[in-house]
Design a protein around this ligand. Structure first.
Ligand SMILES: Cc1cc2nc3c(=O)[nH]c(=O)nc-3n(C[C@H](O)[C@H](O)[C@H](O)COP(=O)(O)OP(=O)(O)OC[C@H]3O[C@@H](n4cnc5c(N)ncnc54)[C@H](O)[C@@H]3O)c2cc1C
Length: 501
């Protein structure tokens, strides 16, 4: 039902001309690939590393309208995102669910102000609202957020938004693309664009597993490479002015006892006007985020010490148990692909941008996870024009995304043992091996399961067991298995917080 990577690769190599080629396997790219494939276009997606290795596995895991954009007066963007939130809750209930948030208030007028703001947020969601917001007294606030600072607390405001597992949604999107006859390939890096008569006609790519070079021809090519957007734009037009201003955001992962196992907190006004979330996720709490402009881009950006201190400092003010560096289970960083407009990244609009170059390369960037489907629809509409295709109807608005948990490998004899300390079983690993195209141990630890994010240090131990399972399935030699374990341990060190600085 779901072909292996080598079967997908074989099919890709034997196809002479694609309707649409998408570069980049994050939320933006996979959203485009599913939209194009479901309209009936022959579609190829190429991802340089693993699906979600970029920003799309390092988000706050919220499917939301964006309360802070409401504060900035960007009502249109909030409404668009709330509409997409409603669709995702319906189309992917196996991965996206409702989550209750509380804004703790320490001044009576904050309670009034945020309460009115949330009523506006409710109204903007119209019929797609999850549940109405409401004012909370002191006791209800504490019972929802047992870990919140009690001194001076006047109560709070409760509202609802969506939450998900970002890397799992990507796999679901890739599987749904395959079921619509599209081909998503991970570990296939685009190294050049081909042109004929001044038009983009395809891409040159290198399989990162085998080193084999491929040339794929397409009627239209879409650049969906997030923070790496300018690298592809420069392959197209070496003199093109850069449009990307990446902004780094980090998260600290803490034990749920610091806040709550069920309810999220939103702190709307930090010293520098940011919003901070504390979000329960797979039994832990994610605390984030920051917004630090970065001039260089990397697939594995590192959290800065000052970003870690900033989050710990704010958690210290709002949590009654003050977290220390030694309490951080994992830290992860991602790059927001923002389009340059202003040096203050906070002032840059988070809406998406579509650009078509002289050669017909379609670039789409910006936006957010929540709006990936709308971005897909807009970019494919534009690609149709560029390629001269007759307009076909977008089908993704009400399309159910594939639920991979329904897949079973009947031949597997693996016992369904839980992995110590993590919400995964050996059967989950087996299913991922069979149907989710992991290539390395890291893919399994960081994105098929979320062990790396949930507890970096403990994940090293679990990785030994998972490496055994992968080695058996993929016929790794002992040497290969050892290299995978060592490379994973090296990555883990980037997700661990130095205890004292
Ligand atoms: C800290 C943080 C928190 C966030 N939280 C939320 C949230 O809670 N909710 C929300 O809606 N949004 C959130 N966002 C925004 C959202 O995560 C991003 O907008 C989205 O993930 C960007 O996806 P993308 O596909 O454009 O980029 P990416 O996910 O970075 O994907 C780009 C891909 O292109 C690939 N690529 C690069 N070069 C090549 C090449 N030459 N060949 C082939 N492939 C290539 C990369 O390997 C990468 O996988 C957050 C962002 C950040 C930074």
């Amino acid at each position: 039902m779901i072909p292996s990577r080598s079967e997908l690769l074989k099919k890709a190599a034997s196809t002479e001309l694609w309707d649409i080629i998408v570069i980049g396997g994050g939320a933006t790219g996979l959203g485009k690939a599913l939209d194009a494939a479901s309209r009936g276009y022959s579609t190829l997606l190429l991802e340089a590393h693993d699906f979600g290795k970029g920003t799309s596995s390092k988000s706050t895991k919220l499917i939301h309208g964006g309360v802070r954009y409401l504060r900035q007066g960007n009502v249109k963007m909030v409404m668009k995102a709330l509409r997409e939130r409603g669709r995702l809750l319906k189309n992917a209930p196996h991965i996206v669910g409702p989550l209750q948030f509380v804004v703790p208030c320490y001044k009576w007028w904050h309670k009034l102000w945020h309460g009115i703001g949330m009523k506006v947020y409710d109204a903007l969601a119209r019929s797609l609202g999850i549940a109405p917001s409401r004012w909370l007294d002191f006791d209800s606030t504490i019972s929802l957020l047992p870990g919140i600072t009690k001194a001076g607390l006047r109560g709070g405001v409760s509202y609802w938004d969506g939450q998900f597992d970002d890397a799992r949604l990507l796999i679901s999107l890739a599987q749904t693309t395959v079921l619509n006859r599209g081909i998503p390939l991970n570990y296939m890096k685009v190294v050049g664009l081909t042109t004929f008569n001044g038009r983009t006609t395809g891409v040159e790519a290198i399989d990162q597993e085998s080193g084999t070079a491929y040339s794929f021809e397409g009627k239209v090519v879409i650049n969906a490479t997030g923070a790496f957007t300018d690298q592809i734009r420069h392959m197209d037009q070496p003199s093109a002015k850069g449009i990307m201003q990446a902004a780094q955001g980090i998260h600290l992962v803490l034990d749920a006892s610091f806040l709550s196992e069920k309810t999220a907190v939103m702190v709307p006004g930090t010293d520098d006007g940011r919003v901070i979330f504390g979000v329960p996720w797979h039994g832990k709490v994610l605390l984030g985020t920051t917004d630090t402009p970065r001039d260089t881009v990397s697939l594995e950006p590192k959290a800065l010490e000052e970003e870690i201190d900033y989050l710990l400092d704010h958690a210290g003010r709002y949590f009654s148990m003050k977290p220390r560096r030694s309490d951080v289970l994992s830290v992860y960083a991602g790059l927001r692909p923002l389009v340059k407009a202003n040096k203050e990244t906070k002032a840059i609009s988070r809406d998406h941008t579509i650009e078509v170059s002289k050669t017909g390369l379609v670039t789409i960037t910006g936006g957010k996870w929540t709006t990936y489907r709308q971005m897909g629809e807009d970019a494919v509409n534009r690609a149709e024009k560029v390629a001269g295709f007759a307009r076909r109807k977008c089908l993704t608005r009400n399309m159910a995304l594939f639920d991979g948990s329904t897949l079973r490998d009947e031949e597997s004899q693996e016992p369904d043992l839980p992995l110590e300390g993590f919400p995964y079983s050996t059967a989950d690993i087996e299913r991922a091996i069979q149907f989710e195209w992991p290539v390395s141990l890291e893919d399994m630890m960081a994105r098929r399961t979320r062990c790396l994010l949930l507890n970096a240090a403990h994940s090293k131990l679990a990785s030994l067991k998972i490496a055994e399972q992968m080695a058996r399935a993929f016929h790794w030699t002992d040497e290969k298995k050892q290299t995978e374990i060592e490379q994973y341990a090296e990555l883990v060190s980037m997700y661990e917080v130095t205890k004292d600085v």
